[in-house]
Design a protein around this ligand. Structure first.
Ligand code: ACO
Length: 343
């Protein structure tokens, strides 16, 4: 038995905001952002767009691909996607920017939007490692039941609504977007998800945190808010953790998977900061070209960054059947981990 990726999709908001655009509103510069992060632009969702809207679009693109449609006509795409949606048994969405606080899950909203009426639906909260966790969760749930054959796994984020636009150290990092894959359980054992490693270090839970709104610190009736719920980050702490997390995860995947660095076609890291990837590549003595980077265009889209990259690579023809692909995620929690996939 194998769990294969049979379709990919992404959704990116229309509004592209460059570093220069940001510099007209906050005290920053294109030079600072590029040199410290590798980011040149990000896409920002409009006021009416929520996490499930981007997720549903990414899902439809992935579902349509499974039905053989990869064109630009939205009516054709929706028809193709609707067919495949009925065959989905499970939807797993990784997000830290859900439509609603607590309940309902964003996955339930997406199930409704795409018409996947036969699918169970759940969200995963593992920040930027969410998609890596989501793949393993979905693969596990497909494996344990003969009744489940296909799963839709997504990372979807509207981080710009949770960014503190008065904190130039964090707001310049984030962008919005969603990525999706369709997983299928098959008898073909030559390709698919080979191995996943998942880690967490809860001692760092305050390094990336939204302090307000939860049961630790709920809003009270009549309270006047000084600021909305925002992501607070200790940048240096996260940076140091991230370089170690990427290095350790890749080393562990190589060891556990019994593979050699030369056998890996591409490494798809979470796109948080190009400097994190450069530092890890140097430590690992892996050529930087093996790492797929698109952070320049999209900035950090948290759980969406890996599936967005996979879809981009897939549609550009950069992924060949049989290629060995490593994903590596790291983020709030603190969480980290990676997948080995034979494409
Ligand atoms: N523009 C101009 N100057 C800035 C900006 C900005 N946008 N942001 C910070 N600065 C200034 C600071 O004020 C400081 O100035 P000072 O020396 O006069 O005090 C100077 O730049 C250096 O600031 P640092 O915070 O020390 O900058 P650093 O080199 O550490 O880079 C960064 C900051 C990019 C945030 C880095 O720490 C980093 O990438 N951390 C990891 C972030 C990450 O990976 N997050 C992933 C998880 S996100 C998630 O899970 C949702």
């Amino acid at each position: 038995m194998a769990i294969e990726i049979i379709g990919t999709g992404k959704a990116i908001p229309q509004k592209r905001v460059t570093n220069d655009d940001l510099a007209t509103r906050i005290d920053t510069s294109d030079e600072w952002i590029r040199s410290h992060t590798g980011i040149a632009s990000r896409y920002i969702a409009d006021e009416n767009t929520a996490c499930s809207d981007l997720a549903a679009e990414a899902a439809k693109n992935a579902l349509a691909m499974v039905a053989g449609y990869t064109g630009q006509d939205s009516a054709e795409r929706d028809r193709a996607a609707a067919q495949t949606a009925l065959s989905i048994d499970l939807i797993v969405i990784a997000t830290v920017t859900a439509d609603y606080f607590g309940t309902p899950s964003t996955a339930c909203v997406v199930q409704h939007k795409i018409g996947a009426v036969n699918a169970a639906a759940m969200d995963i909260s593992a920040a930027c490692t969410g998609f890596v966790y989501g793949l393993e969760t979905a693969a596990g749930l497909l494996s344990v039941s003969s009744k489940r054959k296909r799963a839709l796994v997504l990372g979807s984020e509207i981080l710009t609504k949770m960014a503190d636009w008065n904190d130039r150290g964090t707001c310049v990092l984030f962008g919005d977007g969603a990525g999706a894959v369709v997983l299928e359980k098959t008898d073909n054992s030559k390709s698919g998800l080979l191995q996943t490693l998942l880690f967490a270090d809860g001692s760092g839970y305050e390094s990336l945190i939204e302090r307000r709104g939860g049961t630790r610190n709920p809003f009270k009736a009549g309270e006047t808010l000084e600021k909305s719920i925002v992501i607070e980050m200790n940048g240096q702490e996260v940076y140091n953790f991230a370089v170690k997390a990427v290095t350790d995860t890749i080393n562990a995947l190589i060891k556990e998977g019994g593979i050699n660095i030369d056998e890996i076609a591409r490494i798809v890291p979470h796109q948080a900061n190009a400097r994190i990837v450069q530092a890890a590549a140097k430590r690992l003595r892996i050529p930087l070209e093996k790492f797929y980077l698109n952070i320049e265009e999209y900035a950090n889209t948290s759980s969406a960054s890996i599936p967005i990259a996979l879809d981009e690579m897939n549609r550009k023809g950069l992924l060949k059947k049989g290629d060995l692909i490593l994903t590596v995620g790291f983020g709030g929690g603190l969480t980290y981990g990676g997948n080995i996939i034979i494409w």
